[in-house]
Design a protein around this ligand. Structure first.
Ligand SMILES: Nc1nc2c(ncn2[C@@H]2O[C@H](COP(=O)(O)OP(=O)(O)OP(=O)(O)O)[C@@H](O)[C@H]2O)c(=O)[nH]1
Ligand SMILES: [Mg+2]
Length: 259
């Protein structure tokens, strides 16, 4: 048995994907966590009508909910809003998943199983059994090199730091000072995992094979990748400070409680 789960799916111009991915996720969750699951779509006013399709899904499927945001302000913001909504409900596990079928819902089972013994579970392309399909050599090199670079600079053992298919225990989200995360895109993903590690949580990777989106347009560019690499060295200090602040506050509260 798994505790209550909420899958957060951010969407921007995913009209061709949103219904399929939500139905596939719901089918898996009905099998794995029959009485305690939600799917939260976070749409940033997509011009292609994704939000309206999501609303129709929410009308027909009781476990589906839509969070409409007025404008596209980036994936990090969308996730933060989604986490807040998920935590305001009864979710003990929050799952991040893309809408474009790159993250196959069949891996939800492995993520949930691993979450029984870990605080944060990463769907990982870069451990044995994982991989990517359909990417050209350039994108493979950028992604692989970026993960190696971030892993080295941050001094952590995680292989896939930039992936966005993960299962996070409530206690992690309540600890890592979400309100001070400013990063977007890949750096947001790195930062969530890095802060969890700094806070002493157990992070596990389970293999996934990542498929390139077959429909819809890519938002990935060389500029986004370069920006991410530029930002990583700053995380060391920024996240260490954020987590140290938390520890200091807890120490003070603890001392008060003791006294
Ligand atoms: N709400 C919201 N969703 C976003 C935003 N940017 C991306 N997304 C969604 O986040 C998920 C991941 O984005 P993708 O564009 O697939 O990014 P990627 O996987 O790195 O690159 P491609 O698949 O090549 O486009 C998808 O479900 C997108 O629709 C955003 O600014 N707001
Ligand atoms: Mg994608």
């Amino acid at each position: 048995m798994h505790p209550p789960v909420c899958i957060v799916i951010p969407t921007y111009n995913e009209a061709a994907n949103v219904e399929g991915i939500v139905r596939a996720a719901v089918a898996e969750l009905e099998r794995l966590v029959p009485d305690a699951h939600r799917v939260l779509i976070v749409d940033d006013n997509s011009p292609d009508g994704t939000g309206a399709i999501a609303d129709r899904l929410a009308e027909s499927l009781a476990q589906v909910e839509v969070l409409h945001r007025a404008a596209k302000t980036g994936l990090g913001h969308a996730y933060l809003a989604g986490f807040e909504r998920a935590l305001s409900g009864d979710a003990e596990l929050v799952i991040e998943m893309d809408a474009d079928f790159s993250h196959d819902p069949r891996y939800l089972e492995a993520l949930l199983d691993a979450a029984q013994d870990a605080d944060l579970v990463l769907g990982s392309r870069y451990v044995a059994g994982g991989g990517v399909e359909d990417w050209g050599i350039v994108r493979r090199l950028i992604s692989r090199g970026g993960c190696l670079y971030a892993r080295t600079i941050l001094g952590v053992g995680v292989h896939d730091l930039t992936g966005g298919f993960k299962c996070i225990h409530r206690r992690v989200l309540e600890t890592i000072q979400l309100e001070t995360i400013r990063a977007e895109g890949y750096v947001f993903q790195i930062e969530v995992t890095y802060r969890a590690l700094l806070a002493g949580f157990k992070v596990t990777e389970v293999p996934i094979v990542f498929r390139d989106r077959s429909v819809g347009s890519s938002k990935m560019s060389a500029r986004i990748a370069a920006e991410a690499m530029w930002a990583v060295p700053f995380l060391r200090r920024r996240d260490a400070a954020a987590m140290a602040g938390r520890n200091a506050t807890e120490a003070v509260i603890g001392a008060r409680d003791d006294g």
